[in-house]
Design a protein around this ligand. Structure first.
Ligand code: GTP
Length: 668
C-alpha cells in the first residue's frame, strides 16, 4: 500500500511540490554532511508562516523606522499590560538585584529598543501559537523546550560574553521556530511525519524529502525577517550538529554555535523523562566541555538554568519540569540498573511504500539494534522468511500481489510461521476491519503512519512474547532431551538388571523371562523346546589353585564359547555360579543332545592361559525337552537339573539326558 493512500482525505498535496504524493517521489537526501538550504521562500509559503500580531507587530514595525522614538515604543508597550509586566520582569532580572525598575519607560530604556522589540516578538509568538492545527505537533512541549533553550543560551552566552543577554535569549528561544513554522504551514503533512516519532538529523532529512524544506532553513529565514543579528541567525544552521560546520575553532561564531548547541542539549535534557536523562548526562557534559565548562560545575549551571526556566514558564504559562537537581540525576544514573537481556530481535518489515519501509528499517536497525529484513509484499516476505526466520513480522495491510492478511494466513498455516509474532500496520479507514485481521492471526496492530514511540512500546510486548515462546521451546526441548535420556537410562538399567556383569550374558532373571516366552510358544504351537544345562567341572579347584580372578576369566571364556557356539535364536544365560543354561526354542531332544555335545566339545577345546599356564576347562551337560506331559516350566528346569546331576555323577565332562522320567548319561 502506498503511504499516501493510507493518509485519508486529510492528506493534501504539498503546495511546494509538484507531485501529488510527495512521500513516494521525494528524492533521498544525502546522509552527511547536511548542507544548508539557501533558496528563498516562496511568497505563498511566507503567508502561511507564523508572524507576530497586534502590539508586537506594531512595535516591530515602529522599531524598523529610523525615526522611531522611545516614547512611541513605551506607549505601544503600555497598551499591552501582559507585555508591560513581562518587560518589567526582564528589566529587573537584567538589573541583577540593583534598584528595582517600576516604570515602563525605565524598563524600555534599560533594555534598549532592540531587546524590547525581540521580547515583544517572543511573547507574542508564545501567546499566539500555544495551540495549532498540527495534530502531532506538541505546541506546549515546543514552547517549553524553546523557553529553556532561550534561558540556557542567555546564561551560557553571558558567561562567554557573547552578546547582549536579551539577544541571546531570543536566539535560543527562536532557534527551533522552524518546526513551529512547518507545523503552521503544513499541519497535516508535518503531522504525519512527526507521528513517526522521528527526531534529530533524521527528522531534518525527512523534512527535506517530504517537504523540500527543513526547520533549520525556516528558523533562519524567520529570524532574518524579524531582524535578529546576522551572526546569531547564521549559527542556527549548525546548532543541532556543530561538527558539520566549517567554523574556525574558538572564533566568536564557533562559540555562539557551541553555546546554542549546549542550550539545545540542556533543553532536551530538561524535558527528558528520568530514564532518558541518564544516558544524556555524558553528552551534555561533553558539549559543555567545548566551552571550557568543568563537569564538576555542571550541577550548578544546569540547576540555575532550570530554576530560571521554571520561573519564566510560570509567567508565560508554559509547561516546565520540577527541578530535581542535576547532581541527584547523575547519582541516580550512576546506580547500576537492573536491565533485562538484550532486546535483539530478527524483524521482517513487509511494506510496499518505500518511505515507510526505509523509515522502519533505519529506525529498527540503527535506533533499536535489531536485525531487519525487508519485503515489498507478502509473497516476497514468505520467500525470505524461511531463511531469515523472523521473530516478528511488521506488515502493511494493503499491498500488491499478496496483502498483509493473506501473508498472515499463510504464516499461520505453516508450522514455523504459527508462532511468529505479527504486527499489522493499519490505516484509519481499516481500523473498523480489525476483527478480520485478528481472525487471520495478527497479534497486534499499530496505526499508520507508525508512531515510532508507540511501535517501540508494542515491540517490547512482542519481545516478551518471543522470550516466553523461546523459553517454552527451550523448556520443551529440555524435557524432550530429559525424557530421551531417561528412556536411555531406563533401558540401561533394564539391561543391567537382566545382564550378568561378569560374562555379559543374560542373568538368571532374564533366563527365566526367556524361558517363559519360549514355554508359551512351545505349548501354544506344540513346538519343540530344549534346555541345555552346563556346569564347569571342578571349578572350585581352579579358584583354589589360581585365584578368584583366574576363576572369573574362566567363567568369561566359557560364557563366550557357549554364546558363540549357540544358535542366534538360543538364549544363553548364566544360571548361577559356574552354571549356564541354554534355552533352545524349536529344538528337539535329539537335536538338543547333539547341540549339547557340540558345545561341551567347544568348551573342552578352549585353552585359558593364566599366569603363563594353559588351563583345561571341562563342562558337564544336562539335556531335557518340553513335552505335553509337563505342566509348567519349573518341571522342565527340574528335569534338566536332574540330567546335569546325572552327567556329573557319570564322571563329568559328560552329557546326560532326561527322557521318559529318567536322567541318564549318553556316550556319543
Ligand atoms: N571365581 C569365581 N568363582 C565363583 C563364582 N561364583 C561361584 N564361584 C565358585 O564356584 C565354586 C563352585 O564350587 P562347587 O559348587 O563346589 O563345584 P565345583 O568345584 O565346580 O565341582 P563340581 O561342580 O562338582 O565339578 C565355588 O568355589 C564358588 O565360590 C564367580 O563368580 N567367580
Amino acid at each position: 500500500m502506498r503511504l499516501a493512500a493510507t493518509c485519508g482525505p486529510g492528506w493534501t498535496p504539498c503546495p511546494i511540490t509538484p507531485c501529488k504524493y510527495l512521500i513516494l517521489d521525494a528524492p533521498v537526501a544525502p546522509e552527511n554532511p547536511i548542507q544548508p538550504i539557501n533558496q528563498p521562500l516562496e511568497a505563498q509559503l511566507v503567508e502561511r508562516l507564523p508572524s507576530p500580531q497586534g502590539v508586537a507587530l506594531a512595535i516591530m514595525t515602529a522599531c524598523a523606522r529610523e525615526d522611531v522614538s522611545l516614547g512611541e515604543v513605551v506607549s505601544l508597550v503600555q497598551s499591552d499590560p501582559a507585555l508591560s509586566g513581562r518587560l518589567l520582569e526582564r528589566a529587573n532580572a537584567a538589573a541583577n538585584g540593583g534598584r528595582p525598575v517600576i516604570a515602563i519607560t525605565e524598563a524600555v530604556n534599560r533594555l534598549g529598543l532592540q531587546a524590547v522589540k525581540q521580547m515583544a516578538l517572543c511573547f507574542s509568538l508564545v501567546d499566539q501559537y500555544s495551540k495549532g492545527k498540527c495534530q502531532f505537533f506538541d505546541y506546549s512541549h515546543f514552547w517549553s523546550h524553546s523557553l529553556l533553550m532561550g534561558v540556557a543560551m542567555q546564561q551560557f552566552g553571558a558567561m562567554q560574553k557573547l552578546g547582549a543577554p536579551e539577544e541571546l535569549f531570543t536566539c535560543g528561544l527562536l532557534a527551533q521556530v522552524g518546526q513551529l513554522a512547518l507545523a503552521t504551514a503544513y499541519p497535516l503533512e508535518y503531522g504525519r511525519l512527526l507521528a513517526t516519532g522521528t527526531r534529530g538529523k533524521k527528522l531534518l532529512l525527512l523534512e527535506r524529502e517530504l517537504l523540500h524544506l527543513d526547520h533549520l532553513h525556516l528558523s533562519r529565514e524567520l529570524m532574518m525577517r524579524w531582524g535578529l543579528p546576522r551572526v546569531l541567525v547564521d549559527m542556527v544552521q549548525w546548532h543541532e550538529d556543530p561538527s558539520e560546520s566549517q567554523l574556525q575553532s574558538h572564533s566568536r561564531p564557533w562559540h555562539l554555535c557551541q553555546c546554542l548547541h549546549l542550550a539545545l542539549r540542556l533543553a532536551d535534557f530538561g524535558l527528558a523523562s528520568k530514564a532518558e536523562q541518564g544516558p544524556q548526562i555524558a553528552q551534555l557534559t561533553e558539549t559543555a566541555s567545548h566551552l571550557g565548562l568543568k563537569a564538576s560545575d555542571m550541577g550548578e549551571h544546569v540547576d540555575a538554568a532550570i530554576t530560571q526556566w521554571q520561573s519564566w514558564a510560570t509567567r508565560m504559562q508554559v509547561r516546565s519540569q520540577p527541578n530535581v537537581g542535576f547532581d541527584k540525576i547523575v547519582e541516580g544514573a550512576l546506580r547500576p540498573e537492573i536491565t533485562s537481556e538484550s532486546l535483539w530481535l530478527r524483524i521482517m518489515v513487509v511494506e510496499d511504500d518505500p518511505v515507510v519501509r526505509r523509515l522502519l528499517q533505519t529506525w529498527l536497525e540503527q535506533e533499536c539494534q535489531h536485525t531487519v529484513a525487508v519485503a515489498t509484499n507478502g509473497r516476497e516476505a514468505l520467500q525470505l522468511a524461511t531463511d531469515f526466520a523472523p521473530h516478528i513480522v511488521i506488515t502493511d495491510w494493503r499491498m500488491p500481489e499478496m496483502d498483509g492478511l493473506e501473508l498472515c494466513r499463510a504464516l499461520r498455516s505453516s508450522r514455523w510461521g504459527e508462532s511468529v509474532y505479527v504486527l499489522m500496520l493499519t490505516s484509519a479507514e481499516l481500523e473498523n476491519d480489525l476483527v478480520q485481521a485478528f481472525e487471520a492471526g495478527v497479534d497486534d496492530y499499530v496505526s499508520k503512519p507508525p508512531n515510532l514511540r508507540a511501535l517501540g512500546a508494542r515491540l517490547k510486548g512482542a519481545w516478551r512474547y518471543v522470550r516466553l515462546r523461546e523459553n517454552a521451546e527451550q523448556d520443551s526441548k529440555r524435557l524432550t532431551d530429559m525424557a530421551a535420556e531417561l528412556a536411555l537410562t531406563n533401558r540401561r538399567l533394564q539391561l543391567a538388571a537382566l545382564t550378568d556383569p561378569l560374562t555379559q550374558l543374560s542373568n538368571r532373571r532374564a533366563g527365566l523371562q526367556a524361558l517363559a516366552q519360549a514355554w508359551g510358544a512351545a505349548t501354544r504351537h506344540a513346538d519343540a523346546l530344549t534346555l541345555l544345562s552346563f556346569d564347569i567341572d571342578h571349578f572350585k579347584a581352579i579358584n583354589d589353585a589360581y585365584g578368584h580372578a583366574a576363576g572369573d576369566l574362566v567363567l568369561q571364556q566359557v560364557a563366550l564359547t557357549l554364546r558363540n557356539a549357540s544358535r542366534a535364536q538360543d538364549t544363553v544365560c548364566r544360571w548361577g555360579g559356574e552354571e549356564f543354561l541354554v534355552i533352545s526354542p524349536k529344538l528337539s531332544l535329539n537335536e538338543g543332545v547333539l547341540a549339547g555335545d557340540r558345545l561341551r566339545k567347544a568348551v573342552a577345546g578352549l585353552v585359558v592361559t593364566v599366569e603363563g599356564r594353559s588351563l583345561q576347562v571341562r563342562v558337564s551337560v544336562g539335556v531335557a525337552s518340553w513335552d505335553q506331559a509337563l505342566t509348567d516350566q519349573d518341571e522342565l528346569i527340574a528335569q534338566v537339573d536332574k540330567a546335569l546331576y546325572a552327567a556329573k555323577a557319570g564322571g563329568r565332562n559328560a552329557l546326560a539326558v532326561f527322557k521318559s522320567g529318567v536322567a541318564r548319561c549318553i556316550k556319543l
